[in-house]
Design a protein around this ligand. Structure first.
Ligand code: OS5
Length: 230
């Protein structure tokens, strides 16, 4: 199978590239795509740069130019659910764009006509994640992830996102990748390891835990790649 592995920041794909060791590179649209073989699969790996626009573009390129048949997102997130602690893994069952607002027209937050508030991830990939976690004795959570072009470091905004979308974690790319994959009927999976709690300490925590949490997510994604059948 041809699988796309996407991160937003370079740090989010570095552990994956280190594990793979050998790859070719192709530059396209100011991104580098790393092509490799791993466990009977062809992989296309890239970091998009931060935010929904860059992530949408890279996901679209993976599908339209490189022909990937599934996309796995690997990276870090802020915790919204107080039960999530730094280093914990969570995958999205569904995602919403918390910064999408045409409520002036009577629509709910996160909704635009011909879209939907939530985009759902692939049930089979989510099941594989649960199986991989069970076999390796790791803990993994599942829940709602909210996406927006904002780094959340404000308890009031965090509370609003939790109450409006029942979100468990926050990041800046997942829902946009989901909208692209849903449009092209490509199964997708979003995994995040917690780097901060989206509060007043978020900036400092993020800087301290980015590398460690990115490694936790990246290693788990590669265990999943091994568990995916052709
Ligand atoms: O990709 C962005 C979203 N990521 C998940 C995340 C998150 N999202 C929203 N709110 C939170 N509390 C979150 N916690 C984790 C992480 C990432 C956040 S934006 C981080 C930007 C950090 C940075 N800015 N400049 N540099 C790093 C240095 C630099 C310079 C040149 C090239 C590359 C980096």
């Amino acid at each position: 199978m041809k699988i796309g592995i996407l991160g937003a920041m370079r740090e989010e794909i570095t552990p994956i590239l280190q594990l793979i060791g050998e790859y070719e590179t192709v530059e396209h649209g100011k991104n580098i795509y790393y092509l490799a073989k791993y466990s009977n699969h062809e992989l296309v790996i890239a970091y998009s740069k931060i935010g929904k626009v860059f992530a949408s573009m890279t996901a679209t390129t993976m599908i339209e130019k490189f022909g990937v048949e599934a996309i796995l997102f690997s990276g870090v997130a802020g915790a919204i659910n107080p039960r999530l602690k730094i280093g914990d893994l969570i995958f999205a069952t569904k995602l919403a764009q918390h910064d999408l607002d045409i409520t002036a027209f009577g629509h709910p937050y996160g909704y635009v006509p011909e879209g939907a508030v939530f985009v759902e991830t692939d049930k089979r990939l989510n099941q594989i994640a649960d199986e991989v976690a069970r076999k390796s004795g790791m803990r993994i959570g599942r829940g709602v992830i909210a996406t927006g072009d904002q780094f959340i470091a404000d308890p009031e905004r965090k509370k609003w996102i939790r109450e409006t979308f029942q979100a468990d974690a926050i990041e800046m790319e997942g829902a946009s990748v989901g909208v692209v994959c849903d449009s092209f009927n490509i199964p997708f999976f979003v995994l995040r390891a917690i780097s901060d709690s989206a509060d007043g300490n978020a900036g400092e925590d993020f800087d301290s835990f980015l590398d460690k949490s990115a490694r936790i997510s990246g290693y788990f994604i590669m265990d999943m790649v091994e568990a995916i059948e052709d």
